[in-house]
Ligand binder design. Structure first.
Ligand code: ADP
Length: 389
């Protein structure tokens, strides 16, 4: 399969053309591997640099089939792609990263939970319901007590579709759709571990990262590596992540989000079978980035080392409050003068408050130094908008 390199006939079909796709594409361009991309937005970040950019709906069976047919491999950057199409593409010989069967399990939070339970992988106590009415009955009968965490089984994104329910009345406003109830976990740390799994069966696990939340906004503010936990605990998380990827039969990447509880247990919260925000720091921080590992899987090249080169911290560049419209960056000179910092902009043309427009990766001799650098660069750069006339 090494013929994938510098081969005009080898092409990867990329489903989704956002920032994750763009960072994958950057690696493909560096190693001269051809990529075609599909996204519903004609202005998507992947519109440049691909051999072919198709505007279309990656949730639609016929669109995905027509787009990806004839490619040697398909990779996704978003879980909502049409999984029946992936299955039929596999039957036609297109190798899919992830395989359709794994994606089908992951697409549904209830099916994911069942999978962990069936395979002896630790996760919080849970129950699946066909609709919120069933959960209300379970609470009214005393089978479930509050607080609990409600999650929409399918179709949630970025915190939408997840709520902590503390009062009975909050159950009344929930949509009558399949959902999962979970016990509210007493979380000490939220830790991410990304696994790359190659078609030859080999795996490479990235060093665990810790998500640091903003105390007020309750959004992830920094992703830091190494994570501040004892080496034995981190080794256990790496083993669990590797097992999760292997049991699921993942090819390509699996990003595993863990809760580390106050009493020292690991619980799998959820997984994503694609490049993940928690792995962006691997571009500058690790010997081989998550994007290059995915490319190596898709082209049949051997996996690289995931070793951390030095302490690394990532901070998102988000749209400033009070601005909406064509994005204009202020403070670039000051931000770019901070040592050890690397700016990534995703190519989104429009800003709105808190929209993810890019990220900073900062390296340093310690996590504290890297975090201060990332904070200084982030604070200096403002994603605003030119006043509209
Ligand atoms: P999403 O798919 O929107 O990212 P998650 O399942 O990751 O949703 O949940 C979002 C956040 O909610 C988590 O990062 C965590 O902070 C919190 N959370 C989710 N499940 C639980 C739980 N069972 N106990 C405590 N907090 C939780």
């Amino acid at each position: 399969m090494s013929s994938a390199l510098a081969n005009p006939n080898f092409e990867i079909a990329l489903l989704g053309g956002g920032q994750l796709g763009k960072m994958f594409l950057a690696e493909a361009l560096r190693m001269d591997v051809g990529v075609r991309a599909l996204d519903p937005d004609a202005e998507a970040p992947c519109r440049w640099g691909v051999r072919r950019f198709a505007v279309g709906d990656f949730t639609d069976y016929a669109t995905v089939m027509e787009f990806a047919r004839g490619a040697q491999a398909a990779v996704i950057e978003i879980e909502t792609v049409n999984v029946d199409a992936l299955a039929d593409l596999e039957a036609e010989g297109v190798r899919c990263f992830p395989p359709a069967a794994a994606l089908r399990t992951i697409q549904n939070k209830g099916a994911q939970k069942d999978f962990w339970a069936a395979n002896g992988l630790p996760t919080s106590h849970y129950e699946r319901f066909d609709a919120a009415s069933g959960l209300r009955e379970a609470v009214d009968s005393g089978r479930w007590t509050l607080p609990l965490v409600w999650k929409l089984a399918q179709g949630g994104y970025d915190g939408f579709g997840v709520s902590v329910i503390r009062h009975r009345s909050e159950l009344d406003g929930l949509p009558e759709q399949p959902c999962v109830a979970e016990t509210l976990v007493d979380i000490a740390e939220e830790i991410g571990v990304i696994v790359a799994r190659h078609p030859d069966g080999s795996t490479a696990v990235f060093p665990p990262v810790a998500m640091e939340f903003h105390p007020v906004a309750n959004q992830v503010e920094f992703v830091v590596c190494p994570a501040p936990l004892p080496a034995e605990a981190l080794a256990e998380a790496e083993q669990l992540a590797r097992r999760a990827a292997t049991e699921l039969g993942i090819l390509g990447l699996l990003a595993v989000e863990f809760f580390y509880t106050r009493d020292g247990r690991w619980l799998i919260n959820e997984v994503a079978p694609r490049p993940h925000n928690s792995g962006h720091l691997s571009i500058e921080g690790c010997e081989t980035s998550q994007f290059e590992q995915l490319l190596r899987c898709a082209t049949g090249l051997p996996l690289g080392s995931t070793a951390l080169r030095q302490p690394t911290v990532m901070a998102n560049v988000v749209g400033a409050e009070g601005f909406r419209g064509p994005v204009a960056y202020e403070g670039l000179d000051e931000a770019l003068s901070v040592p050890g910092c690397h700016l990534h902009l995703y190519g989104k043309t429009q800003t709105r408050p808190f929209r993810k427009l890019g990220h900073w990766t900062a390296v340093g001799s310690s996590v504290n130094e890297a975090r201060s650098r990332a904070a200084a660069a982030r604070d200096a750069l403002k994603a605003q908008s030119t006043p509209q006339s």
